[in-house]
Design a protein. Structure first.
Length: 144
């Protein structure tokens, strides 16, 4: 156990969940991309009042994302790196129902097989499956 891990365990500090907040500008386009194409499920939606900007959580297979139309939430063009299993299966699923202007490919990297997806707002999801036998938890990809 590293010294940092030992201190964190003693102090009782634990990060339990991560929910990246991605800025969106068009509710219909966000639903088409995240729900219809990527297969996420809406978990909940929030608006402070009717006609106000949407803030919602979508999830699929253990990954939860927050999508926000609020000014100041997230920065367009952000990139989220996600470790996963089944990247080839997801790629086959997505290429089986094409999305306009997007033909994602698989890219082999030393740290795993990657599938990078760009949403209609310039946000990226970099989905990566580690090579067999490697424990990706807590490890950063090596410098390119």
């Amino acid at each position: 156990m590293s010294a940092a891990a030992g201190i964190a365990g003693i102090a009782g500090i634990a990060f339990l969940e991560t929910h990246p907040v991605l800025r969106i500008f068009d509710e219909a386009k966000a639903r088409e991309f995240y729900l219809d194409w990527l297969g996420f499920t809406p978990d909940w939606e929030h608006r402070f009042a009717p006609g106000m900007p949407l803030y919602m959580q979508v999830s699929r297979a253990g990954l939860a994302l927050h999508l926000s139309m609020h000014h100041g939430d997230g920065t367009p063009g952000s990139l989220v790196f996600v470790r996963m299993r089944g990247v080839r299966e997801l790629h086959a699923e997505l290429t089986g129902r094409p999305y306009p202007g997007l033909r994602p490919g698989l890219e082999a990297q030393p740290w795993g097989l990657e599938l990078t997806l760009l949403d209609p707002f310039g946000n990226g999801l970099r989905l990566c499956e580690a090579p067999l036998g490697e424990a990706p938890a807590g490890e950063a990809p090596p410098e390119a």
